[in-house]
Design a protein around this ligand. Structure first.
Ligand code: FES
Length: 174
């Protein structure tokens, strides 16, 4: 039973990988139509957080690196443990995971399973919860959180705001 549910998770994860190409193509098209929500200048990426949909992972880019953005559903928000709250970024009354999209083990790109609400890194089987915290080794820590500053309803990646400083001080991210 455990094995079959794991296979189910793996199957969905690999299915999700196939979906990533389609999502990337749509993303590229959207970028052509509309400069928002992502405006890039001088090493900063500005994200309009009102543009994201609940439980739908979006991969943005900051300084050439993939950035995962995941808006929580009210149910996900209500399930947050204190530790998970520490990794969460609140903007405009909604909660988000914003992390580098690179596994902290050897740098593969984990895939998100929206049904399971978790990430699987197919390279060596590491898993993360929906806040990006590690739930199964070998990744040594949760997904890293890029420097950010909250400005109204936007998040400026590459700037350091008080919320990010606190995450650094408390060891939530490197
Ligand atoms: S690179 Fe992700 S588990 Fe090894």
């Amino acid at each position: 039973m455990k094995n079959s549910s794991r296979r189910g998770f793996m199957g969905k994860a690999f299915g999700a990988v196939a979906g990533v190409g389609a999502v990337a193509a749509l993303y590229a098209m959207k970028k052509t139509w509309d400069p928002l929500p992502s405006v890039k200048a001088a090493g900063f990426t500005t994200l309009d957080m009102s543009a994201y949909k609940e439980n739908e992972l979006v991969t943005e880019k900051w300084r050439g690196k993939p950035i995962f953005v995941l808006k929580y559903t009210p149910e996900m928000m209500s399930q947050l443990t204190e530790k998970q709250k520490g990794r969460t970024i609140s903007v405009g009354g909604s909660d988000y995971m914003v992390t580098l999209g690179l596994c902290t083990h050897l740098g593969c790109i984990p895939s998100y399973n929206a049904d399971e609400k978790g990430f699987l890194c197919a390279c060596h089987g590491g898993t993360y919860d929906f806040t990006g915290d590690v739930t199964k080794l070998p990744p040594p820590r949760g997904l890293d959180i890029p420097p950010f500053k909250i400005e109204g309803n936007t998040l400026v990646l590459g700037e350091v705001g008080p919320e990010y400083s606190q995450m650094k001080e408390t060891g939530i991210t490197l």
